[in-house]
Design a protein around this ligand. Structure first.
Ligand code: BT5
Length: 258
């Protein structure tokens, strides 16, 4: 890695670990006993995990798996669900912000954990807490996948847009990790003020008609109104005529005609 001085990864985390092959960079960091911050990266992740037991597919060499074991001094004790929810959202916002200067197209986030280009998923985020209380945020980023290599219908990759990987990817990673560290400082009080406004601005879900798929398979339609201080999405549901916060769910963006 030859990052510009302000983005030197070694100055941002205690350890940077490139892995030739790994089952899951999240599991790798969660299982380590070191207590500092760390970044694990691999171009060859063989058993990537998504949320709710789903699979994350990283075709070798074209999709980057990276995980950050968060800086212990920035993680509140005890951990609260509000803080964790906020950090997952912020991680997506930090990544989108780091990618944006390198692309001509808008880069947006989708609640709760996707980064989108042109409405398609270029990255997914998985936040986990290990048995020892270590918080690991994982990112799967599709970098140079060709159309035929995309592992899911609504997927895209950076190089299918105006992105030319060499050199820029290192800057994106450095800017992402630096921004994440900066953003986590002072988050104890929740996602408030400028941080909430900053994430909301980037969130493509807000203002849209959505279908909210709740655990258990129930889907409800409504309009996404706002994000709250815990990173939850407030939805005005058509069936009840009321606005309610949603936390563990998937959201489908519906076009006006749906
Ligand atoms: C996510 O889950 O989007 C979180 C993905 C996190 C992956 C990273 S890689 C580094 C770290 N180590 C891990 O083991 N995991 C993390 P979810 O919202 O549940 O989305 C999963 C769904 O996205 C799948 O069911 C597919 O439909 C789709 N999908 C799978 N692979 C994809 C890809 N490469 N690009 C776009 N979509 C994909």
């Amino acid at each position: 890695m030859s990052l510009p001085p302000q983005f030197t990864l070694d100055s941002l985390v205690d350890e940077t670990i490139w892995l030739d092959e790994v089952e899951s960079t999240n599991s790798f960091l969660a299982e380590r006993t070191n207590s500092g911050s760390a970044l694990a990266l691999s171009w060859n992740q063989t058993g990537g995990r998504g949320r709710l037991g789903r699979e994350w597919v990283s075709p070798a060499g074209g999709s980057l798996a990276l995980s950050v074991a968060l800086w212990p001094h920035l993680v509140p004790q005890p951990l609260t669900p509000e803080w964790l929810g906020s950090v997952s959202l912020l991680t997506g916002a930090c990544l989108a912000d780091a990618i944006r200067p390198h692309l001509a197209e808008p880069v947006r986030i989708k609640w709760p954990n996707d980064v989108l280009i042109g409405g398609k998923k270029v990255a997914g985020i998985l936040g986990e807490v290990s048995g020892s209380g270590r918080v690991v945020m994982g990112v799967g980023l599709n970098v140079s996948l060709a159309e035929a290599e995309l592992p899911a219908e609504n997927a895209t990759s950076l190089s299918l847009h105006s992105f030319r990987p060499l050199g820029q990817l290192e800057r994106i990673i450095g800017a992402f990790v630096g921004e994440l560290r900066h953003t986590l400082a002072g988050l104890d009080s929740g996602l408030t003020g400028e941080k909430l406004a900053w994430v909301s601005e980037q969130c493509d879900t807000l203002g849209r008609e959505v279908s909210v798929e709740l655990p258990g398979g129930v889907a409800r339609r409504g309009r996404a109104i706002k994000l709250d201080e815990s990173g939850r999405l407030s939805v005005h549901f058509d069936d009840r005529g009321a606005t309610e916060p949603v936390e563990a769910a998937d959201v489908i963006h519906l076009r006006p005609a749906d």
